[in-house]
Write a protein that binds this ligand. Structure first.
Ligand SMILES: [Mg+2]
Length: 355
């Protein structure tokens, strides 16, 4: 496993495409390969080209709604041939964590899909649905995973059980799931309902906890893996915790402005607009005497206290963002000004407010 520059003060450059440099990509799915039932444009072709360049693909999703088999079928349907053995879901991890502590046959209230219940059953535990009555037989644990069918009765049953002393396990805490219409409520939003109602905290088993990435690395015998995701607080932090290089793609929930304010564990190694970034060289970001530079773009350090970073130059806005990340990560400043018209245009295209 590579342990080069992690959580650094700038993105890394690479003269060779990541698909040639890393033997395995650990890919997040929602917001990276697909958005709901729709493929991210170009994802299948980009991944096919990455495989052609020698990269193997593993899939690591915090979404507990579907079984590895269902995920593999969806990937294959979208043009990314995948085997269920290369898919790890947070439902599997949650069920494993439950079984490590609970006796066989223990009752577990499942607030989530049939796929999550199936994982619980496979581990020798007894999944049960929300009881109609508050006097129903007690459960040893509550497991909560994303399902578009979760309703008030499910959440109320979870609250009763958790307040009654059941162990509360959440498959993941992502507040949102990406969709073609923008972010929509994710498991974390439903977890918040139970937290707000009970005042208690769940054990969270999915990313950024390192066990899913670690299991995928182990299954794939990866020597030099690259984690690819669309979320800083799960995918990228998860990569930092297992000591892997990572790449953020902008096809899901992370916006360029979020990158500027990322704390060290949330800072990726590489940045890409989409999975096509596996296939090209990444430009260096250089430290200059009074700022930073990436290709034709430069970012100047503030001259006076209270000033922001100043962007100038021309070219691909993504390279401007690379230079800005270095400035923001080193100084802690996220206010950005435009020193010329192309910079102003680039900041608008990146959706970064001009300070
Ligand atoms: Mg995602």
């Amino acid at each position: 496993m590579s342990t080069g520059s992690l959580s650094g003060s700038a993105l890394l450059g690479s003269a060779r495409p990541p698909a040639q440099l890393y033997d395995v990509a650990l890919l997040d799915l929602d917001g990276v390969v697909y958005l709901g039932s729709t493929a991210v444009p170009g994802a299948a072709a980009h991944l096919a080209a990455a495989v052609g360049a020698g990269m193997r693909l593993g899939f690591v999703t915090n979404n507990a709604a579907r079984s590895p088999q269902q995920v593999a079928e969806q990937l294959t349907r979208l043009g990314v041939p995948a085997d269920a053995s290369l898919v790890i879901t947070s439902a599997q991890t949650a069920a494993r964590v439950l079984a490590e502590r609970l006796p066989p046959g223990a009752r577990v209230l499942v607030v989530g899909t049939e796929a999550l219940a199936g994982e619980v059953r496979q581990r020798g535990l007894l999944p049960v649905g929300p009881p109609a009555e508050s006097t129903a037989e007690p459960v040893a644990a509550v497991v909560q995973g994303y399902s578009p069918d979760t309703g008030w009765r499910d959440l109320a049953a979870a609250c009763r059980a958790v307040r009654g002393g059941a162990w509360w396990v959440a498959s993941n805490a992502d507040p949102t799931v990406p969709s073609v219409d923008g972010p929509l409520p994710g498991n974390g939003a439903f977890v918040d309902v139970v937290r707000a109602t009970t005042g208690l905290e769940p054990s969270v088993t999915g990313k950024p906890e390192p066990s899913m990435h670690a299991e995928c690395l182990d299954r794939m015998k990866a020597r030099r893996p690259l984690v690819v995701g669309d979320r800083l607080d799960t995918d990228i932090e998860g990569a930092s915790r297992v000591g892997c290089h990572s790449m953020i793609v902008l096809t899901g929930v992370t916006r360029p402005v979020d990158l500027l304010g990322a704390p060290p564990p949330h800072r990726p190694t590489y940045l890409g607009a989409d999975l096509g970034a596996l296939l090209y060289a990444h430009p260096e970001v250089r430290r200059l005497p009074a700022g930073w530079n990436c290709l034709q773009w430069s970012v100047a350090e503030p001259r006076h206290t209270g000033d922001g970073l100043a962007l100038a130059g021309s070219g691909d806005p993504l390279d401007a963002l690379r230079a800005l990340c270095a400035g923001a990560w080193e100084t802690g400043l996220t206010a950005v000004g435009a020193a010329d018209a192309p910079a102003e245009q680039a900041l608008r295209r990146l959706g970064i407010p001009i300070g």
